[in-house]
Design a binder for this molecule. Sequence first.
Ligand code: GLC
Length: 716
Amino acid sequence: MPTELPRYRQPVLPIEERIADLLARLTLEEKIDQLHQCGVGDTNPNNLAARADEFRPTYGSFILNGAEPDLALRNALQRRCVEESRLGIPAIFGCDVIHGYRAILPIPLAQACAWDPELLRRQCALAARLARAHGVDWTFAPMVDHCVDPRWGRVAETFGESAWASSVHAVAAVRGYQGDTPGGPDSIAACLKHFAGYGASEGGRDYSFTAVPDQQLWEDHLPPFAAGVAAGALTVMSSFNDLNGVPTTAHRRLLTDVLRTRWGFDGLVVSDWNGVLQLLNQGFAADESEAAQRALLAGVDLNMADGLYRAHLPALVRAGAVPPAAIDEAVRRVLRVKFRLGLFERPYVEPSALSGAAPTPAHLALCHEAALRSAVLLKNDAATLPLRTVRRVALIGPLAEDGAALLGSWAQQGRADETPTIAAALRERLPAGTELVVAPGCTIDGAGTAGFSAALAAVAAADAVIVCAGEAATMSGENASRTSLRLPGVQEELLLRVAAAAQGKPLALVLITGRPVELERVEPVYPAILAGWQLGSAAGAALADLLLGRAAPSGRLAITWPRTSGQIPLYHHERPRARRGREGEYQDAATTPHFAFGHGLGYTTFRHGPIRLSAGEVAAAGTVTAEIEVENTGDREGRETVLWFIHDPAASRTRPLRELRNFESAVIPAGGRRIFRWEIVPARDCSFPDEDGRRILEPGEIIVGVGGQRVSLRVV
Ligand code: GLC
């Protein structure tokens, strides 16, 4: 008679019963090992990697870092955890899959410029499927930090400056990664990061102090996390920053009172890399033991990399400084995620056709679709783009033949040698007989100008000129803060010289960047400017298609594009100044952005009809429908995105001049019309939080706007 399996091994039992049974069997050391996450392999190239020199089969988790996780290694480590430990608890394997796995997608800032949550969900689902095939159980994504300071390199990883849009994208990403039922073959656990306020790093300097008033915390920083928790995200990562004097790694009000008590989150919280140890650097712990105690008691369950939990929690528990119940609660959450992912039943990932394989045409087709939708046409005077057929095209700039830069930050599973450059893609697409002459002119950040002459000669001999300028992948992402948004090196000088030499010829600038860059001197002399961001594996192909008119740009900026770094912070949801008119504006520069939040052009034109409201007033518990008809007045189909804003002109908290509250994107055929509708629900769409996050809905006027139009609605 086979002996009955222990209750924690019986999948028919409720997860909470299985957890209780297993918890009762664990020793203190085994429990604390479950709270340790061990790094395996290299990490972000900007940071020093702390390697895992030792292994224990009772460890709770491993991070699969490095170019590409090794499925065999992952399964071998898992087999040791399952077979060599006393109770056979599987580990959970995490990895930074931030915008695609091997088939690299646009950086999140670019993904947000497509204004298409379903497209984002599909992208995250593809990333999950490919990551799962390489042994990843858990991605440290989506990053939903709020940032209005593009000097901070991680702005590239955000979904832009709108808390509302980031909330919508957070939900789409969680659904994409986790699928409808976490634990499925193509599902990996999502991780909402970095909780919270990290994007407010002073001066854009990474890992720094963040002064975030409670009002702003609830207005801008917390909503995407709340939305992601409500969408069922299984994990949350605390952040590196010191939030108003309390580092979030030990911020009990955030990690327990808000996240768990108010929002009901019952998954696990993981610290960021060495985040517990860094409490000493931040002056929030006198020694490693105190750091471990503070983080655990605040609500960090899993200790990433530094090992302080393993080193100090046993003694802290024995000394009565950490209650055993606190350890049990942290272990319960880690086990809950493992049970929900089905790791006890399916601890190993069977190799499949996707394991170790190059992206398929279908994978690259999605990368291409996403890239096309994420690029933003900032300027297109005299219909310079799409380029007409010419005999000779000069392709200038250090980004013309750089595949690695197209992938952007956090793309370690991508391969530059698999990423066609812009030059290669143009060569493939330009009609026979059209010559492409490529001249880099300079390097991305070098001081040398020796290449200028060859570039200018190529311009002189060409009938049309395309310039590709911007940043290397390591100039944004983590630990990539910059004091200025100016193009690196001597690129701006090259661009100005090229523009002068290209007088009268079709001239277009393509920007490959992880952030907005200063164009004050460049924009006036470039008739066409395309923000190409870092669009991933299909970036070259997509940009070539857009330049040649095989597809039309449709992206809209999810972030304000400043004229100069001196304007930062500059964002669309600013509060009204105390003085009306121009008082308070800069004396030495314009106060307006170079390109506004929501800006973006295409290859057709649209005419907006008037905003119509189904009623002029709405009861607090009622609804009212706003609609606007949009006509495609051009000669080719185009995609229009309608962004709906509100403004509350008189409230018990000052309100932004524009708050994004709804958006919709749709293709309209040439000559066609489409009505965009928004059902306004006052409690959801016209309310705002107070400094403790309580939603306030006040009667009175609400201005509803699209583009330059404004209509008045009264909430009664
Ligand atoms: C890094 C990043 C975080 C990442 C983690 C694991 O330092 O801050 O976003 O997920 O460590 O690599």
